[in-house]
Design a protein around this ligand. Structure first.
Ligand SMILES: [Fe+2]
Length: 377
């Protein structure tokens, strides 16, 4: 049967997700681009109810899976306490300050942070942020899973300042005995139970991702890169930070959506493309934020004289089937000898503009099994 155009769309036609409608109701900017050139200077709007400047980032690659947003604390000011049902990862783009966290009726925990710190706020806890800098605003980048949650419970009052009580000693019992916000410690773990034991850093507080040097080789992704894998106690949220040397680039690869990447340090560019289609170039430096869309290939290039760092917040484990680990290298990763020669040529041109030469060894383009020497890494 042919429908006449006058007929209303049937009820089963997909409507905009509840999260999108809620986000639009807040009245602050929503950025839906491929990337944010600098989260420290991005134009924000005033979130009346919260009483501070903010913006939502619903970048193309987030695909309605994760929320990320930027909030600002004016110099010497604070963000009044609010209670959020979901846990959240926070990265400090700029400034220094103090966070206080507590459950209803529970003990208050405060900790100080500075630029490039990473920490987790547990769900169903009150949180208050205060600036300790009198000269410049603080900028925080938040990451959580509110879009997916709001598809199941379409009621904002369920998430914000709700009366749901959490065990008052959650901060104590969830910690490791040295304090909930003690500095992270290393553990050996095999989360996929696939016999691939990896070193994870475990904790709720990572004081400086720009200086963090406890890294392990990330073999197979090229460029002699090293990584720290991050797990948070009692949480399904995870993250990783990759560091890769000056004048090199990583292998093109693809995986699932919602890996929100922020740059703690470095200068370079990333290229993102759906197989066989046009490429999107993302220039980046400290404070840049971008998200490779679902199943798009992407590749990271370091154009500076120093190692570059990118910190990635991960989607929930339900997405591990399309996760960052490449299980089918034939389909989901492009080895250097197989890549389009234009990739290398463009990289070398960009370096030449800066008076530099590539540190990519010729053999990397000849032998797909060749690996950087990680001795002493
Ligand atoms: Fe990736």
């Amino acid at each position: 049967m042919v429908q006449s155009p006058q007929q209303e769309a049937p009820a089963y036609v997909r409507k905009p997700a509840f999260y999108d409608r809620w986000m639009e109701s807040i009245g602050i900017p929503i950025y839906r681009d491929y990337y944010i050139e600098d989260g420290r200077t991005l134009e924000l709007g005033f979130w009346e109810e919260r009483g501070h400047p903010a913006a939502f980032l619903q970048l193309a690659g987030q695909e309605g899976v994760s929320e990320s947003r930027i909030s600002e604390i004016p110099p010497g000011g604070s963000i009044k306490p609010y209670k959020f049902a979901l846990e959240e990862i926070v990265y400090v783009l700029q400034g220094r300050g103090v966070t206080t966290v507590w459950a209803d009726g529970g003990e208050r925990r405060s900790f100080e942070w500075q630029e490039h710190a990473l920490f987790r706020i547990p769900g169903n806890h009150w949180v208050e942020y205060a600036s300790m800098a009198g000269d410049a605003p603080v900028r925080l980048l938040h990451y959580n899973n509110l879009p997916v949650s709001m598809s199941t419970v379409q009621d904002p009052s369920f998430y914000f300042n709700s009366e749901h009580k959490t065990a008052a000693d959650a901060l104590r019992s969830d910690g490791d005995g040295d304090g909930f916000y003690a500095e992270a410690k290393v553990v050996e773990n095999d989360p996929g139970r696939a016999g691939r034991v990896r070193s994870y850093w475990y904790g709720n507080f990572f004081p400086d991702m720009r200086a963090w040097d406890k890294l392990v080789p990330f073999k197979g992704r090229g460029a002699g890169g090293t990584t720290v894998f991050v797990q948070f106690p009692g949480s399904e949220l995870t993250a990783h930070m990759s560091v890769f040397p000056s004048k090199t680039y990583k292998k093109g690869h693809r995986h699932g959506p919602a890996f929100v990447i922020v740059i703690p340090f470095g200068e370079g560019y990333s290229v993102m493309w759906p197989e066989g289609k046009d490429k999107v170039t993302v220039p980046w430096h400290e404070g840049s934020i971008f998200v490779p869309p679902n199943r798009w290939f992407h590749q990271h290039f370091n154009l500076a004289g120093d190692p570059a760092r990118y910190l990635a917040f991960h989607p929930l484990p339900q997405f591990t089937g399309t996760g960052e680990l490449i299980t089918d290298r034939e389909r989901d990763q492009i080895e250097y000898p197989s890549e389009d020669p234009a990739v290398r040529a463009h990289f070398e041109e960009e370096l030449a503009k800066r008076g530099m030469k590539s540190d990519m060894p010729d053999i990397a383009y000849q032998d797909p099994k060749w690996e950087w020497d990680y001795t002493g890494a």
